[in-house]
Structures are given as structure tokens and as C-alpha cells.
Design a protein around this ligand. Structure first.
Ligand SMILES: [Zn+2]
Length: 293
């Protein structure tokens, strides 16, 4: 791969996830914090209207609106689709080189700690994930495959990375998570710098990756109303093993509902507030040891 020349850091792709919003504002006021010698870094706010209103989005989830430049203009009807087009034009101006890497900052109400989400397994991203896992054992790497231009901001370029931290409520700042996120951003920028200067050493040979397998919805009635809650024994157990037969939901009458899959899985995004409307109670993933050459 060639050198990394341009990097974009995004906060507030979801307007009620304050860690990213305030980190980006900090970087805009103190650009020296994200300045590295061998490449340019910009810090941008995503969903500006939603940030002002303290909501995830106004009409449509912005982080499902990035379909690349070929998306037809006549399909753009919502504020978020318009904002996605503007962002794509900033990141990839016509007849000019676009950004090489995107770092998209998110928070979750699930107990995902300090997570990095990859949308593809580009060898550079695997090396970066291994490096981040090695310098901070708290870092978890989650692989949620997203083809290019699949709607997610990170899908606009090969080196798209999400930092997802939690648990933190929507519209709340948590100082520990803020500091962890900030340090992780600097670690990624430093890695890019070392890469550009051909100074990467301490080769890491393996790391743990959690690979998306699917989603589980809440039990619902015919009208779509939720009929059960996340089971207390599963609550906050993101990235921990869930064995077949273990309880995952508790109905309002106290009846337990059990996991019926055949294999042990590793749930993430358990009880994410923003996913109730998406029909997702949790993602389930598979734990893998990735060996690098
Ligand atoms: Zn988010």
C-alpha cells in the first residue's frame, strides 16, 4: 500500500453520541493534537442538525446513507442523505485525491468497552488492529463486514475504522471513555506516521477478532411490541461467551427465554438503545484468533 496522505476523524455521525462530538470540537480548536508530519488530518462533525438537537438523527440514520458518488441525486430527500452527499464531496472532491483513512467516533449504551470496528479485512487494518490490541489489552476488535458504499461512513474507503466505546448513555459524557477514545485516536495516527516513515517494528503475530455472525431481535407480538427484556444474566456481558441453553431474555411475566443456537457465541451491542427500532437486541459474533504472516 502507498503512503497515507489524508485522514479524516468524524464525531457526531450520531448526534446524541457526545464523546465524538466534543473530541472533534477539541481537535478543531487544537489541530496540533492531530497533526503528524507525514500526512494531513481533518476533524469533522457528522450530523450537524442532529447534534444541535441532541438526537441520533433527524429523519434517517446518517450512518446508513453513504452510498458513494454514484448515488442518484433524485433519491436524496432527507436531511441526512443531503448531509451524506456533502460529506462525500468533502472527503472525495472531484479530480483530487480523497482521504485514505476515516476514523469514525461512536458511543454505545452497550458495555463494549473500548472497541474498534472493522468493515473489511484489509491487511493494513489487520496489522493496525493487532498493533492496537498489543499496546492496550482493553481494545476489542469487532469485524462487521460492510462492502464498499454500503451506507456506513467507514465503507467509503478501504481504511475505514470505527471506535465504539461504552457503556455510556446517549447525550452523556463519560470522562474515562473520552480519555480512552482520545488515546486510541492518537495511537492510530501514530501508527499511520510510523507506517509512512517505514519505522514500524515490533511485529505482532496474532490478535483476537470477534466476527459478526448475525443479529437477534427481541421477542415481539403481532403489532411489533417487545415482549421481553435482555435477561439480567446477559446484561453488560458484551464480548463474553454465551453458551447454547443460557437465558437471553426475560418476559414481563418473568419467563426466561433461552439461546437456541448450536454454538457458543459472543454477543455485542447488547441492549443498545438505538437498536430497539432497528429490530436488534444484540449482535452475535464468533471469537477468532487471527494470525498474521
Ligand atoms: Zn453511533
Amino acid at each position: 500500500m502507498n503512503a497515507i496522505n489524508q485522514v479524516a476523524i468524524f464525531g457526531g455521525s450520531h448526534g446524541n453520541e457526545l464523546t465524538g462530538v466534543f473530541l472533534v470540537k477539541k481537535f478543531q480548536q487544537q489541530p496540533n493534537l492531530i497533526t503528524r508530519q507525514s500526512f494531513q488530518t481533518s476533524a469533522l462533525l457528522g450530523n450537524i442538525k442532529a447534534i444541535a438537537e441532541g438526537r441520533r438523527y433527524i429523519e434517517k440514520d446518517l450512518n446508513r446513507c453513504f452510498y458513494g458518488q454514484n448515488h442518484q441525486d433524485d433519491k436524496i430527500v432527507t436531511y441526512e442523505e443531503l448531509r451524506a452527499k456533502e460529506i462525500q464531496e468533502i472527503l472525495f472532491p472531484h479530480n483530487q485525491p480523497g482521504v485514505d483513512a476515516i476514523i469514525d467516533l461512536h458511543t454505545t449504551t452497550a458495555n463494549m468497552g473500548l472497541s474498534v470496528i472493522l468493515g473489511n479485512l484489509h491487511p493494513f487494518l489487520l496489522q493496525l488492529a493487532a498493533y492496537l490490541s498489543s499496546i492496550n489489552p482493553l481494545v476489542k476488535v469487532y469485524y462487521h463486514p460492510q462492502p464498499k458504499y454500503s451506507g456506513y461512513l467507514r465503507s467509503l474507503c478501504d481504511l475505514g475504522i470505527v471506535i465504539e466505546v461504552g457503556a455510556v448513555a446517549q447525550n452523556i459524557l463519560d470522562a474515562d471513555l473520552f480519555l480512552h477514545t482520545e488515546q486510541l485516536i492518537y495511537a492510530i495516527l501514530d501508527y499511520f506516521e510510523l507506517y509512512n516513515q517505514h519505522k514500524l517494528s515490533n511485529h505482532v503475530s496474532s490478535f483476537t477478532l470477534y466476527k459478526f455472525l448475525g443479529t437477534i431481535d427481541y421477542p415481539r407480538n403481532d403489532s411489533g411490541d417487545i415482549q421481553a427484556m435482555i435477561h439480567p444474566q446477559l446484561k453488560f456481558r458484551d464480548f463474553e461467551p454465551l453458551q447454547p441453553g443460557k437465558p437471553i431474555f426475560l418476559t414481563f411475566d418473568g419467563k426466561e427465554i433461552f439461546y437456541t443456537g448450536e454454538d457458543t457465541v459472543y454477543p455485542v451491542f447488547i441492549n443498545e438503545a438505538a437498536y430497539y427500532e432497528k429490530g436488534i437486541a444484540m449482535h452475535i459474533s464468533q471469537k477468532q484468533l487471527i494470525k498474521l504472516d
